[in-house]
Design a protein around this ligand. Structure first.
Ligand SMILES: CC(C)(COP(=O)(O)OP(=O)(O)OC[C@H]1O[C@@H](n2cnc3c(N)ncnc32)[C@H](O)[C@@H]1OP(=O)(O)O)[C@@H](O)C(=O)NCCC(=O)NCCSC(=O)C[C@@](O)(CC(=O)O)C(=O)O
Ligand SMILES: [Mg+2]
Length: 299
């Protein structure tokens, strides 16, 4: 199994400064949580939040929800201690904010490996995710995406990206189109996952839905979130529909049955299908199985 095999439709930020908010988040059943030590934590609360992080990782049972830690940036004197606390606590992964180059990832990888040795964790067990938040990061997206075998995925962070681009965040998101396109292409070429940015207008569920539909159609695997309200909606959009699952199963079965008879192209549910359709159909069934929506044996 590779790090890209798990379903990660949603990853919700938890402000590690707020103990009450952090401890019950598994109730909402996101695929992942991101315990934040970076921008959600006030400058004078960094040490307290790191202590809280370690206790949370050690003692809160997230019941299968994958735990990530967003460390402080490489331009701070905080990130090395953040890595140690995260690895000592047994986090599944570290999200590196404001990643700009492959060597940023490799520096974190070195520190993580040292921490794994120091705290008796299996070396290589901690995954990495790189958040891209600047024009330079987007230009380097492919180099970053293939920078480390630990790298599970790359994530767009629009707040800082739009700021450094001198653009304006709009409802339609035209200012993010170039970054999103470049990132999804880079991620697929490198064989890692791709995640879209947070949607900050918490009460605008129609706008949120539209954005998730857009990025799902672009090929993204999931989205960073800031509110539990956003989880169910995102899961519903990322999950394949019953019709898509049935059609995917028909495609795989039909190609298998007819392949043996030497037939290359055929019609399934009224649509033309050939071998090129199989990979997409298989992905639909794998996703459906991971989401608990398909129990058959074709996935
Ligand atoms: C925004 C707000 C304060 C609103 O709070 P409110 O309490 O007013 O919200 P309500 O809706 O009233 O909450 C209803 C109930 O849900 C509970 N509840 C709320 N949020 C919850 C949550 N996240 N997890 C679990 N539980 C939650 C709450 O405790 C309440 O529970 P209860 O009292 O029991 O009813 C809150 O959501 C929050 O803190 N969000 C996370 C913010 C954060 O971490 N930002 C940093 C990451 S982005 C960034 O850095 C930019 C980026 O870097 C991005 C990138 O890198 O991708 C870039 O550049 O773009
Ligand atoms: Mg940011």
């Amino acid at each position: 199994m590779t790090v890209t095999d798990r379903i990660r439709r949603t990853m919700i930020f938890l402000n590690t400064q707020r103990a009450a908010l952090v401890k019950d988040a598994f109730i909402y059943r996101p695929d992942c949580v991101i315990l934040d030590l970076e921008d959600a934590v006030a400058a004078n609360e960094k040490d307290a939040a790191r202590f809280q992080l370690y206790q949370t990782l050690k003692h809160v049972d997230y019941r299968g929800v994958e735990r990530w830690v967003r460390i402080n940036g490489l331009d701070t004197d905080l990130f090395e201690e953040d890595i140690k606390a995260a690895v000592a606590g047994g986090t599944e992964g570290i999200r590196l904010p404001k990643t700009e180059t492959a060597s940023d990832v490799q520096l974190v990888e070195e520190k993580v490996a040292a921490a794994e040795k120091q705290f008796g964790r299996p070396v290589g067990s901690t995954m990495l995710m790189a958040a891209l938040e600047s024009p330079l990061a987007i230009i380097n997206a492919f180099e970053i995406a293939k920078s480390s075998p630990r790298l599970m995925g790359i994530a767009l962070s629009a707040g800082d990206y739009v700021r450094t681009l001198h653009a304006k965040r709009t409802v339609a998101g035209i200012e993010l189109f170039g970054a999103r396109s470049q990132m999804i292409i880079a991620a697929r070429a490198a064989g890692v996952m791709a995640f879209d940015t947070v949607y900050t207008d918490i009460d605008n569920m129609a706008g949120f839905k539209e954005e998730v539909e857009l990025i799902k159609n672009m090929g993204f695997d999931g989205k960073s979130l800031i509110s539990p309200k956003q989880i169910k909606v995102a899961h519903e959009i990322f999950n394949p529909s019953a019709k898509e699952i049935t059609h995917a199963a028909h495609v795989i079965q039909a190609v298998r049955d007819n392949g043996d008879k030497g037939v290359g192209v055929l019609t399934v549910d009224g649509k033309m299908v050939d071998i090129a359709w199989v990979e997409g159909a298989q992905r639909t069934l794998d996703l459906a199985k991971a989401a608990g929506l398909y129990k058959g044996d074709l996935a």
